[in-house]
Write a protein that binds this ligand. Structure first.
Ligand code: AP5
Length: 212
């Protein structure tokens, strides 16, 4: 395995999912998003999905053990270079990622730094393709037809947690927990920081530079 595992850290709406998709198609990583895994559980109607639905819709965090188990059962580090997106979100998750998932495998964390005041507008204007998962934004990356994907023609949807009230909670939860996570990676010299307020192309260029 030549590429280090990548851990994307950043507030809701900072662009982690957008950049992860580009890293997958251009650099051959595999994307693993705990938010996507949890949404899949909700969609499937599983017991786990029913349990977490309310928490996610109000913007709180699902308990650490549940998310860790879900992550572990969906990744295989022996054969794959991953982009971890949405995990860790607090110090305990950062420690757990090291001790029970990475287990000494080389990894780098990248923090998407951005003024949180910029993010509500990004999030309430996000639309996601129900077919291929392409991420749009009505302000900065509008689809040609407001409700259809340019790439595959499937319907676009708005995430349930992308409303102003829930976004406020999600940003608050992020703000409370992020500092010890950053300190953890910084102390181990595993932290890179990018300016996530720039345009998506510029952010991707920087990302490529620091993951080289
Ligand atoms: P999750 O799905 O992980 O959501 P999130 O962290 O809130 O992040 P987002 O997906 O909202 O943002 P993003 O950074 O990927 O932004 P994107 O690229 O789409 O988590 C959802 C929920 O699941 C949590 O609230 C929690 O309940 C639960 N959960 C998940 N993981 C958990 C964990 N580890 N522990 C406990 N609970 C967990 O971009 C956003 C918008 O901005 C898009 O419209 C995009 O087009 C636009 N955009 C992107 N980049 C730019 C740019 N450079 N300039 C302008 N616009 C841009």
């Amino acid at each position: 395995m030549t590429k280090p595992q990548l851990i994307l850290l950043g507030a809701p709406g900072s662009g982690k999912g957008t950049q992860a998709a580009r890293l997958v198609s251009e650099l051959g990583y595999q994307h693993i998003s705990t938010g996507d895994l949890l949404r899949k559980e909700i969609k499937s109607g599983s017991e786990l999905g029913q349990r977490v639905q309310g928490i996610m819709n109000t913007g709180g965090l699902v308990d650490d053990d549940t998310v860790l188990e879900l992550l572990k059962s969906n990744c295989d580090l022996e054969s794959t270079a991953y982009i971890f997106d949405g995990f860790p979100r607090n110090f305990d998750q950062a420690k757990a990622l090291d001790s029970s998932v990475l287990k000494g495998v080389e990894s780098r964390a990248i923090y998407f730094e951005i003024d949180l005041n910029m993010l509500a507008a990004r999030l309430v204007n996000r639309r996601t393709c129900t077919g291929c998962g392409e991420i749009y934004n009505l302000l900065s990356k509008a689809p040609q037809l407001s409700d259809k994907c340019d790439k595959c023609g499937a319907d676009l949807m708005q995430r349930k947690d992308d409303n102003e009230e829930t976004v406020k909670t999600r940003l608050g939860v992020f703000k409370e927990a992020i500092e010890p996570v950053l300190a953890h990676y910084k102390a181990e010299d595993r932290l890179g920081v990018i300016d996530a307020s720039a345009g998506a192309d510029e952010v991707f260029d920087k990302l490529k530079e620091i993951t080289r």
